[in-house]
Design a protein around this ligand. Structure first.
Ligand SMILES: [Zn+2]
Length: 430
């Protein structure tokens, strides 16, 4: 009856939730489901493993038995509807939850939040627990005829996750297929942003392998994840990056020989996102090739896509200029200049102002001589346009000499874990 129903219900919802077993002795049927803790270096992550454990019926089990019910807050839920689904039939409890100051977080709980209730056989509420909107663990427990409310920070669990994928249509199709959170995909793009122009360089058959640390609260992954090691095989070129703690204030990513992954110039001035990555080139017809012998690189992207300074620099010009339309021109160290044309509008840029690498300086548009929304990007050395992809660009700071041995040890360990992945099956992606 009740436990069986709640098991089916929970399975249907694929809850990533570990239900604690009741500690009460005379329990008829107990159910347990949730995700197994993932041991290090285990390739498949994010699968929800479920198991039902049926215990033998115990004679005499009755009013002492406790039942667990799990459900999610739904849009437009009333407290009564929620308690009904949790199979709580308890006026005193309902009244307390409706009025008490300490239970205000329940009444404000966002849709999708998971609640666990423990009831007696007759529906009296024994305990209710949930993560509030701020991520705190709230536990409401019956003590004789009263209820006690405890609020404490939910414990965080860290797991090391390894994942590998092959690109067959787009980077995001691959990251979705591999179950990677978007925050991890974004880190991947940032780490290799000095080496790979993710808008132009990716090819079918490119592969990546990742080892990252993911924080979980109550068995649910949080936004808190960090890549520890990454390998990207782009058009046959193997790139690797390892996270290394360089000081008390965090760390950075380095290649296996200790060189910084941070480059003086980003490969792409366009922010890489689901939207910009999926923008069809077919919508952009570069009739502009006649214009000025076209010495730049064109990026088709939706109007409004963020345009970033590819390197630290100073604004030389921000305004309208002929065929460029709304344009920003930046001066960088070492006789480098960059130009960004056809912008729909500007970021916060004025002549003489300093900008940092990655700072938004404008938004894609089609001002000037442009037949569709795109960014015209030029990279110049001493005033002469060069192909940014073919120009050797200066690097960021490498691992210091004192830290080199520690870095090598750490990189070796991470590399060994990554190489374990190479022989595993690669997720097939559409
Ligand atoms: Zn152009």
């Amino acid at each position: 009856m009740l436990p069986q129903n709640s098991l089916l219900h929970a399975h249907k919802m694929k809850l990533r939730w570990l239900v604690a077993l009741s500690t009460l002795p005379l329990l008829g049927v107990v159910t347990a489901f949730g995700i197994m803790p993932q041991p290090d270096a285990m390739p498949a992550l994010g699968r929800t493993l479920s198991a039902a454990i049926a215990l033998p019926e115990v004679a005499g089990a009755g009013s002492e038995a406790a039942y667990w019910h799990t459900d999610r807050m739904q849009r437009g839920d009333t407290l009564n509807e929620l308690l009904h689904r949790l199979e709580v039939s308890d006026e005193a409890a309902a009244d307390f939850l409706r009025r008490a100051t300490d239970t205000a977080s329940l009444r404000q709980l966002r849709p999708g939040k998971v609640l666990q209730a423990q009831t007696s056989a007759d529906g009296s509420l024994l305990s209710l627990s949930y993560l509030d909107n701020d991520g705190n663990q709230v536990a409401i427990t019956r003590q004789d005829s009263r209820f006690r409310v405890e609020i404490r920070p939910a414990p965080t669990e860290r797991r090391i996750v390894v994942q590998t994928a092959e690109i067959s249509s787009s980077l995001y199709a691959a990251t979705d297929e591999a179950n990677l959170p978007d925050s991890v995909a974004t880190q991947l793009v940032e780490i290799f942003g000095g080496e790979i122009d993710f808008h132009r360089d990716l090819r079918r058959g490119d592969k990546f392998s990742l080892l990252y640390e993911q924080a979980y609260v109550n068995g649910e992954p949080t936004r808190n994840a960090r890549i520890l090691a990454a390998e990207f095989i782009n058009r046959g070129r193997i790139l690797q990056a390892f996270y290394f703690q360089t000081g008390n204030h965090g760390g950075d990513y380095f290649s296996p020989d200790g060189k910084s992954m941070r480059k003086a110039f980003l490969r792409s001035p366009i922010e890489f996102s689901r939207v910009s990555s999926g923008f069809s080139r077919a919508r952009f017809h570069p009739v502009l090739n006649r214009w000025r012998a076209h010495k730049g690189v064109d990026y088709a992207a939706p109007t409004g896509t963020k345009v970033r300074a590819t390197a630290d620099g100073v604004v030389r010009f921000a305004g309208k200029q002929g065929g460029y339309g709304n344009a920003v021109m930046l001066d960088h160290q070492g006789q480098f200049q960059t130009v960004y044309g056809h912008l729909s509008r500007f970021g916060d840029v004025r002549r003489g102002q300093r900008v940092s690498q990655g700072e938004v300086i404008g938004y894609v548009g089609q001002t000037g001589l442009a037949s569709g929304p795109h960014l015209h990007y030029e990279f110049k050395v001493s005033g002469v346009q060069r192909d940014p992809l073919k120009t050797a660009l200066p690097d960021g700071k490498p691992v210091s000499a004192e830290q080199q041995p520690a870095f090598m040890r750490s990189a070796e360990t991470l590399q060994a874990r990554l190489s374990l992945l190479r022989n595993t099956r690669i997720a097939l992606l559409d």
